[in-house]
Ligand binder design. Structure first.
Ligand code: ADP
Length: 464
């Protein structure tokens, strides 16, 4: 990460510097040239004014003025006769004077009083004008060395190179520090994850300065807690299940032997013993079903298969299944169901929901063994409310937050000891959330509980 970050920083810095240098040398270079051109034009015009029309009587004044200009501006000034003979010069004419005069001639293109021109040749900027000195036609030639302009541009380039070097070093330092700050928490997280993978769930993913990494840590801590819960549960479940399975199996075997050897001929005894076998088999089936359903639902194996169905008949159908409890165990079911209501849902899954909620009411209701089931139309919200109430110990506010969690089981003693798995309400929650139905529990400690589900109400014939 460090190397990658540094590479990006370096490329970015180099790009910026390249753009800045190109812009600077282009714009500033041409700005300097224009400035130089303006300057030489101003100097040339000033000198032309001083020299033009003067006679030899003023030669001292002219020479003085020319030297002053030459000295202060770093330029060479020549007054030349039209045939090329230098008349007054601030420096000795250079060796290639003929060549210089040739260029002057072609730039001026014939002497015409007052004409002025600016041209560049080799490393010089030149100003030429046509004037008369000592009653002779002459040229004024002012030469301005280009290196003055180049010097300014190249000193600017030196600055740019220095800035570039400093910027690259800074980029390196910043990217190094940044990469360290980003990668250290990631390395910590990965080390912690390795420890967790080896089965150490006591680890804690540390929070970090960057929000995204802090969020990652938080999610990993959450995942770790969930994995730990599931791991604990698996261990606990294995212990519980083997215990729970063994008890009814032992009973079934014992009672079956009794039927075979003792009570076979006594119908009353035999029936009692067979009922124990049936009850224990039911418990076994319930236990195995819960475990299978929970793993099926949580693995998301089952897709929702929604259709319109008669909820009224459906709930009646489920309540009929509990009839035997009325007859055998003294339970009392109070059922209040509105007629002919239809909903749109996955029938098989909703069966599990209602069955689990009614089973819980049966398991947790009070000594009076009363369970109240209602299915009521709520036309104002186009909903049908299913509710099941018991008279048990109720659920405290603190517990209400947990009862929907997988494997949660209350430690409280209820009217009858319940051999549950803590999966029933979790299955209910997963199914209802998949349907996006409202559901919940209203309960106060000591005052029974009411679990409810709001189903959408639909017309009986969906296609019309
Ligand atoms: P199980 O019933 O197998 O323990 P559930 O997921 O169905 O698992 O319920 C989780 C917990 O919620 C139960 O252990 C119990 O404490 C509480 N609970 C569920 N239904 C009721 C109820 N009707 N009255 C009181 N407590 C309940």
């Amino acid at each position: 990460m460090q190397v990658v970050l540094w590479r990006y920083f370096a490329v970015f810095t180099v790009l910026i510097i390249a753009v800045v240098s190109i812009v600077c040398s282009g714009i500033l270079g041409s700005a300097y040239s224009t400035q130089a051109r303006d300057r030489i034009s101003a100097l040339g015009s000033g000198l032309t004014h001083v020299i033009d029309g003067k006679t030899s009587a003023f030669v001292g004044e002219v020479v003085g003025e020319m030297n002053r200009y030459a000295f202060s501006e770093g330029i060479d000034i020549f007054v030349v006769g039209v045939e090329g003979r230098p008349v007054i010069c601030t420096v000795e004419p250079p060796d290639n004077w003929d060549e210089i005069f040739g260029e002057l001639n072609s730039a001026v293109n014939g002497w015409t009083q007052g004409r002025q021109t600016i041209y560049s040749s080799g490393t010089m900027f030149n100003y030429a004008s046509c004037l008369t000195f000592d009653n002779e036609q002459c040229y004024l030639l002012v030469r301005y060395p280009l290196f003055i302009v180049q010097q300014s541009v190249s000193s600017m380039q030196v600055y740019i190179i220095i800035i570039a070097a400093v910027a690259i070093v800074l980029a390196f330092i910043i990217s190094y520090v940044l990469a360290q700050r980003i990668s250290r928490p990631i390395r910590d997280i990965s080390a912690t994850a390795t420890r967790m993978a080896k089965g150490d769930y006591s680890v804690q993913f540390a929070s970090a300065e960057f929000e995204e990494i802090a969020q990652l840590s938080e999610s990993l801590n959450y995942a770790k807690d969930e994995i730990k819960k599931s791991d604990d549960f698996q261990k606990e479940l294995l212990a519980n299940v083997s215990h729970d399975l063994r008890t009814p199996l032992t009973m079934i075997k014992a009672y079956a032997s009794m039927v075979k050897e003792i009570s076979g001929d006594d119908p009353q005894k035999r029936n009692r013993h067979l009922q124990v076998i049936i009850d224990e088999s039911d418990r076994l089936t319930g236990l195995v079903n819960d475990i299978l359903n929970a793993s099926k639902v949580s693995a998301g194996l089952s897709e929702l298969n929604k259709k319109v169905f008669n909820l009224t008949d459906f709930v009646y159908g489920i309540m009929n299944k509990f009839d035997y409890l009325q007859e055998t165990s003294g339970y009392k079911f109070y059922v209040d169901i509105d007629p002919n209501m239809y909903t749109f849902a996955d029938e098989e899954k909703i069966y599990q929901v209602i069955y689990n909620l009614v089973s819980n009411a049966v398991n947790y209701t009070g000594e009076d063994k009363c369970v109240y089931v209602s299915l009521k139309d709520r036309p104002e919200s186009s909903r049908i409310r299913f509710a099941v109430r018991d008279t048990g110990k109720g659920i405290s506010d603190e517990e209400k937050e947990h009862i929907w969690d997988r494997y949660y089981r209350s430690k409280d003693a209820h009217a009858r000891p319940v051999k549950g798995t803590g999966l029933g309400l979790n299955i209910v929650k997963i199914i209802l959330q998949a349907h996006s139905f409202d559901f919940g529990v209203q309960s106060q400690k000591g005052n029974g509980s009411t679990f409810y589900v709001d189903f959408p109400e639909v017309s009986s014939e969906p296609d019309k």
